[in-house]
Design a protein around this ligand. Structure first.
Ligand code: FAD
Length: 522
């Protein structure tokens, strides 16, 4: 029999009514996950369905709050590695917390109302799920302690102690990349000093059953370096910073007489650019993130930048690269008959693949097997695209554009270019409707491809900045209108003969009307 007839019961029902306006009921849920996702993670889908049912009845107030408090306490520790470390270091405090969680569940148990059988069964189901969650929470500490011990013992055989990082700061620093997505904290972070060590660490991670996530500068925009499982090891490559000099020597994949440069995977992109420039050459891979990205990340993302118009992206400029494959062996890839230009312009691009024993230094390791890849040039990108992000496979070419899924790149040799003698940078500002301005990107490219190129002027780079970007960088217009342009194009036009290059504008050009309008000097 339902006994809500007396006043005190009614008062309790009033107190128990859920406040409707609160979006987050789980305390400490300052994360990007909604309460629903947290309940599902900690208690499971079925428990969420039950909880949702009970909430709809609007009689769950105080009890629900107590349950949320239990979930909030678990959640805040799960998401905060500083608290985890503190509780690992203080078994007494840990015990007190777990006792408090059990105590709250016991209190909930006491509040059960057996008179409403159906409802009480649902409450019982929730309490069992919450009890299991507390037990799992408790077990996770033991598991974490055990796994840390095991991992430390194994990894110490291959790397220095300070390269093996379980501390909260390292884990937090590797929880996300430029996307700012956060899913799981990594179990540990490894920062090897050498290429050889890297292969050994990958093998050890495989033995430990960890998911390996290679990481360079962490500037990726696709979340490729974001751990999706708590049992992951982020391998930070930033200490693999050996950088050769720009040199014209016989090297694997480099046609004779061509300048090239060796770089380990963790070298910051800008450092390669500078080394090339010192010798009078150009390193074509120039993402806007070059001050922070690393060349391993550039290969894994097939990065490009302004110079991609002239010389393509990472894939076009690689002569040779080495990686640790998913078995912990070396895989060396050499481009054969490099065309020193864009890869899609050759009918077939050929690569030699050699797998070597990962337990030995790559220069001394014996070849385990070899394979030759012949990939149709046109397969590397769709017409007019810098890179085709929808095609991760790229004819099965290892490492490039794979976002670290098929191995960890440790080193590469790059083709270098010579910049033509003369360069003009042109700034075009577009006002009015952005949609009218956009076709000019294609028209300028086509014009310089067809007409100007044959006259010796080549489009070396074309950067598009939209209105939001202009606002973000505090762009100041060259026009007297005072308003921000809808779009700005920055173009680099190069040539060997100054007189064949387009005339040097006095300042920048402001194109006031769309594509077909003439450039005018303000
Ligand atoms: C402000 C800004 C501007 C940008 N501009 C450009 C641009 O102009 N052009 C462009 O192409 N991109 C650009 N990007 C995207 C990004 O910088 C590039 O994708 C860059 O190549 C990533 O390099 P990283 O070292 O930071 O890689 P990370 O972010 O560390 O990793 C990116 C991916 O590569 C994998 N990876 C990293 N290192 C290795 C390795 N050694 N072996 C195997 N896999 C590895 C990771 O697992 C992850 O999947 C920009 C990003 C930002 C934030």
């Amino acid at each position: 029999m339902n006994a809500v007839a007396n006043l005190s019961e009614q008062a309790r029902a009033g107190e128990d009514r859920e406040p409707e306006s609160r979006l987050r009921e789980i305390p400490y849920n300052y994360t990007s996950l909604a309460d629903r996702e947290i309940v599902i993670r900690l208690l499971g889908d079925a428990a969420w369905a039950v909880l949702d049912d009970l909430r709809a009845e609007r009689r769950t107030g105080r009890s629900a709050r107590m349950l949320y408090e239990v979930l909030g306490d678990i959640w805040v520790v799960d998401r905060n590695p500083y608290l985890q470390d503190d509780l690992l270091d203080n078994p007494k405090r840990r015990r007190q917390l777990i006792e408090a969680l059990h105590h709250r569940l016991n209190e909930l148990e006491k509040r059960r109302d057996a008179t409403d059988g159906v409802r009480d069964a649902k409450v019982g189901q929730l309490l069992r799920a919450a009890g299991d969650a507390v037990l799992q929470f408790e077990r996770r500490f033991a598991e974490l302690e055990q796994m840390r011990k095991k991992a430390r013992r194994l990894l110490l055989k291959h790397s220095r102690e300070d390269n093996i990082r379980f501390d909260a700061f390292s884990r937090v620093a590797h929880v996300t990349d430029a996307t700012d997505w956060r899913v799981e904290l990594p179990f540990l972070v490894l920062a090897p000093d050498t290429e050889v060590e890297t292969a050994a660490l990958v093998r050890a991670c495989i033995e430990l059953g960890l998911t390996v996530i290679p990481r360079g500068g962490g500037t990726g925009y696709t979340g490729g370096a974001v751990p999706l499982t708590p049992w992951s090891a982020v391998i930070n490559t930033e200490k693999l910073d050996t950088l050769g000099a720009a040199e014209t020597i016989a090297s694997p994949g480099v046609p004779s007489g061509t300048a090239s440069i060796f770089s380990a995977a963790g070298v910051v992109t800008k450092r390669v650019t500078e080394a090339a420039e010192r010798a009078g050459f150009v390193f074509a891979v120039d993402p806007t993130s070059a001050d922070a990205s690393c060349v391993g990340g550039n290969i894994a993302m097939n990065a490009g930048g302004k110079k991609a118009v002239l010389w393509g992206t990472a894939v076009d400029n690689l002569a040779w690269w080495r990686m640790v494959d998913t078995d912990g062996n070396w895989l060396e890839v050499t481009r054969l008959d490099h065309n020193l230009g864009k890869i899609h312009e050759v009918p077939v691009a050929c690569f030699e693949l050699n797998w070597k024993d990962g337990r030995v230094h790559p220069d001394k390791a014996k070849i385990l097997r070899s394979e030759r890849l012949n990939i149709e040039g046109a397969a590397f990108r769709k017409l007019g695209l810098g890179k085709d992000v929808t095609d991760k496979f790229l004819g099965g070419l290892p490492g490039v554009q794979k976002e670290g899924c098929d191995g960890l790149i440790t080193a590469a040799r790059w083709i270098l270019h010579r910049m033509p003698k003369h360069i003009r940078t042109v700034c075009l500002e577009f006002f009015g409707q952005a949609r009218d301005a956009i076709p000019s990107i294609v028209e300028i490219t086509e014009y310089l491809e067809s007409t100007a190129k044959s006259k010796g002027a080549v489009l070396a780079g074309l950067e598009h900045l939209d209105e939001r970007y202009l606002r973000a960088v505090g762009y100041s217009t060259k026009s007297k209108r005072g308003a921000l342009p809808k779009m700005v194009l920055l173009g680099d036009i190069v040539g060997e003969d100054e007189h064949k290059s387009p005339p040097r504008p006095r300042t920048s050009c402001a194109w006031r009307t769309p594509a077909r309008a003439k450039a005018s000097s303000p």
